[in-house]
Write a protein of this length. Sequence first.
Length: 304
Amino acid sequence: MEINGMEEWLKKAEVLIEALPYIQRFNRKIIVVKYGGSAMVDSELKKNVIKDVTLLKLVGFKPIIVHGGGKEISKWVSKSGMQPRFVNGLRVTDEDTMEIAEMVLGRVNKGLVQMVEQLGVSAVGISGKDGGLLKVKKKYANGEDIGFVGEITEVNPKVIYDLLERDFLPIICPIGMDEEFQTYNINADDAACAIARAVKAEKLAFLTDVEGVYKDPEDKNSLISELRIQKARKLMEEGYIGGGMLPKLNNCIEAIENGVSRVHILDGRIPHCLLLEIFTNKGIGTAILGEGENRFYNEEEEKG
């Protein structure tokens, strides 16, 4: 009994030791976490994500949360007697829908602030309207007008730097304004990428409803742990990447080309996926690397 108990404690010590080089490397570095999908709906997963981000803050990282809220927006649009509409995967956002979206995202935002504060970390919730953080222009879906949906044209990260400097954890919802100060809804993936580029984040992590990038989506054993952007482009060109992963991977590549060191695609349905990916040698999702980045896990990229 005592031997088994000692083995359990030794395993815990080994986990802590394995995390040490990552804590050293990313100490005081900015990490952007795009929070969305099922992890925002399931209350237990939500608690785990917030605990993970809070732990990153307490061990010396500088995390920033950029969150969505699409499922919650759809719920309240339906409750208001309207039917959610999408064109090419983008929500059609008329004036009434925009009003609902801003209210819902604000509610989600302050709920996340409350959860972080309960764990003893100071957080501030803002939108892209605050401090002129996200400037946008009207976005079209293959030439079709989809209402108040914004495409980011400029990021002014001053408000983020001010919050980080004062030891706050920024929590950002994807709402921005155009040059006429009209309010627009923004795709949360796009907002997270633009913010990560603007602050030259060391890491950008997407919490999604998929396990990561597969060489063959039908083969669950073909998950790629680490992927350089040259190989990522090749997979896209050869038709291996499709559906919702295609724009996400394009966002990853663009972020890396604009100064982000690593981008992680994680399954937010797995408890503590963020910690497992950042603090373990192999991780559990897919890490997209720039060409000059050192690898952590010696998996052969060309395998398969």
